[in-house]
Design a protein around this ligand. Structure first.
Ligand code: SF4
Length: 283
């Protein structure tokens, strides 16, 4: 019964979805939007075309809260302010609440305090184990950059880079992205899974600075029983990766224009917020 109701509600929104397709095609494209489209086009349809709002899972909320704390840590170092864990704790607690106001979270009874404590444990672990010296001043923090790809017949590429470190002995800054994950990553897998994002950030860095990045670091905060930090390092973007990103954007534009919302059932369905709508046969 619930599925049928949902289906009717969704079908009722389809006329306005036609306008949304045109809007989406005019909007900048980001690595997360590309990944959403290529991982499951139906999920993309629910999220970006119908704009269905859903409560998020605890794991996503933990990731966002940890990310906000590390952003605060980087900004404090940027402004030469104290950046020890006690300087971040109140901000972390505030973010934990304010992020729920933006995106409600589906906590099981009794789950929230456990997850909040785990999330703070990840932040403390990072501050203890990070290879970034407290005195190192960031080159840039949370920098938003656009690059117009009209010359390639593509939309504007947009990204927000977590942190740029000094490149050390190599010219160009080192691009850092923070990840929270339940699984310990290795370098080839991390590179493969994050290639679109790394390539996009490399091209955006070049657009903003006029120079080539010295490389990338992915700082993975792993949610094992005893949390740990795994850092994978990646070379600057090469021509092949740039070409793959452009093919991926072309495929995205083509798919959205054709309104190709084919579902891709798989392991990702376990964590999909649109499982009920999908199961109900909205499309
Ligand atoms: S449940 Fe699976 S197939 Fe359906 S929209 Fe979500 S990810 Fe796609």
């Amino acid at each position: 019964m619930e599925s049928e109701d949902k289906m009717i509600a969704i079908n009722g929104e389809i006329p306005s979805a036609i306008n949304r397709v045109h809007d989406v095609l005019r909007e900048p494209v980001s690595a997360s939007r590309l990944n959403a489209f290529h991982s499951c086009r139906l999920k993309f349809y629910f999220r970006y075309i119908l704009k269905l709002r859903k409560s998020v899972g605890a794991a996503l909320h933990v990731g966002k809260s940890v990310h906000a704390a590390l952003q605060e840590w980087s900004k404090r170092r940027w402004h030469s302010k104290p950046s020890e864990s006690e300087d971040l704790r109140d901000g972390f607690n505030n973010h934990w609440i304010s992020l729920q106001a933006e995106d409600p979270v589906d906590f099981e009874p009794g789950e929230e305090s456990v997850e909040q404590s785990k999330a703070w444990g990840l932040v403390e672990m990072y501050l203890r184990d990070t290879p970034i010296p407290a005195a190192e001043k960031p080159v840039a923090v949370e920098v938003a950059v656009d690059r117009d790809l009209a010359v390639h017949g593509l939309p504007v590429l947009r990204g927000v880079i977590d942190l740029i470190r000094p490149g050390g002995i190599r010219p160009g800054g080192k691009i850092v992205d923070f990840k929270t994950t339940a699984v310990t990553p290795n370098e080839p897998q991390a590179e493969h899974r994050n290639q679109l994002q790394l390539t996009a950030y490399g091209l955006l860095y070049r657009e903003a600075t006029g120079e080539k990045e010295s490389g990338f670091e992915l700082h993975h905060l792993v949610k094992t029983k005893a949390p740990k930090l795994v850092i994978t390092t990646h070379d600057p973007v090469d021509g092949k990766q740039e070409s793959k990103l452009f093919r991926s954007i072309e495929s995205y534009v083509d798919g959205v224009q054709r309104e190709d919302w084919v579902a891709s059932p798989g392991l990702q369905c376990v964590a999909c917020e649109f499982f009920n709508e999908c199961k109900g046969g909205a499309m």
